[in-house]
Design a protein around this ligand. Structure first.
Ligand code: SF4
Length: 328
């Protein structure tokens, strides 16, 4: 399995005006077999839009998503449904996507029917039992209704539903953010185990640097619709090159959507309006290290150390985090 996204742009029109919301601008990434790519950034940085564009829940304004040589953005109808099965999404709140009147077993069986898995009702029920056991739930959970489940159990059902169609990639959008701290570790361990057992690739999206650090092989840091730093989790999170990554790293995670309050402890100001993002480097109004070029020239991702890229004029010129960003 290989997933390659190139030049993804997603702009949403603003009603009653010619303006657009710049949700994603020129985002490119690659995911290798069995790899976990963490995507981290503040609320509103574009990470959830990226997830939806990757699974074609949203149409990109431009750009391509290629899975094993097949351009998903060029497909429609039955072929799109067939290929899309291979990339599944797990949401932050599985409760919102479960029918409150349908048992867990019926919900899972429905997915199998829609995608043509199992040749008989008995075969599908057997597969439902298997799926529940795969995510650490007893088969007796098939008879339960969503409101009879804890948050952790619901998320396990959400994971089972994503696995029902035998995907090779899971896009995990804040999968543990809504859970109690004590349950988070259990679900994170479950995900790691499933990845090894089933050979899955993950895109793990979170505002919480500690969660991303725990599970990722590589990390992409997003700011205002763009990737600003990309590389192995250790260099990016322990020796960041971008002042924004440094700010994220130093912040104390708090639940969305107020995470920006924690960021403000280290990075000044608010996230600018994505309808009218700043010219040049989008981070310049908040950056303690900005120089004149930052106000007019958009920095591009550049490899500064082996497999460690950053979009920052000063970091690229100096090869390390801009000094003023550390000291101010
Ligand atoms: Fe952006 Fe300039 Fe700050 Fe680098 S130094 S993050 S290019 S504003």
């Amino acid at each position: 399995m290989s997933l390659v996204a190139t030049g993804l742009v997603k702009h949403y029109p603003v009603r009653g005006s010619d303006s657009v919301v710049h949700a994603l601008d020129d985002v490119s990434l690659e995911l290798a077999p069995g790899e976990t790519l963490g995507i981290v950034g503040e609320s509103g940085c574009g990470k959830s839009t990226l997830a939806k564009v990757l699974v074609r829940l949203e149409e990109p304004t431009s750009g391509t998503v290629v899975l094993d040589g097949v351009d998903l953005t060029a497909l429609s109808g039955a072929e799109l449904r067939r290929q899309r099965r291979r990339i599944q999404m797990v949401f932050q709140d599985p409760y919102s996507s479960l029918n409150p009147r349908k048992s867990v077993g019926s919900a899972l069986e429905e997915v199998l029917i829609v995608h043509g898995f199992g040749s008989s009702a008995a075969e599908r029920r057997s597969r439902v039992r298997e799926l529940l056991e795969l995510v650490g739930l007893s088969p007796t959970f098939a008879a339960r209704l969503p409101h009879e489940l804890s948050g952790g159990q619901r998320q396990r059902v959400g994971i089972a539903r994503a696995l029902a169609v035998e995907p090779s990639v899971l896009i995990l959008d804040e999968p543990v953010s809504a859970l109690d701290v004590s349950v988070r570790a259990e679900v994170m361990n479950l995900l790691s185990g499933l990845q090894k057992t089933l050979g899955l690739s993950f895109i793990f999206i979170s505002h919480d640097v500690s969660m991303v650090r725990q599970i990722s092989d590589r990390v992409a840091v997003m700011y205002l619709g763009r990737i600003v730093e990309l590389g192995g989790w250790k260099p990016v999170l322990d020796e960041p090159l971008h002042p924004y990554t440094e700010g994220l790293r130093a912040s104390v995670p708090v639940p969305d959507p107020t995470v920006h309050q924690a960021i403000q402890a280290t990075v000044r100001g608010e996230v600018p309006n994505p309808v009218n993002p700043p010219a040049g480097c989008r981070f310049h109004p908040r950056c303690p290290a900005a120089v004149d070029a930052c106000l007019t020239v958009m920095p591009q991702l550049t490899e500064v150390h082996p497999q460690h890229e950053v979009a920052c004029h000063v970091a690229v010129a100096e090869g390390h985090l801009p000094l003023r960003a550390i000291t101010s």
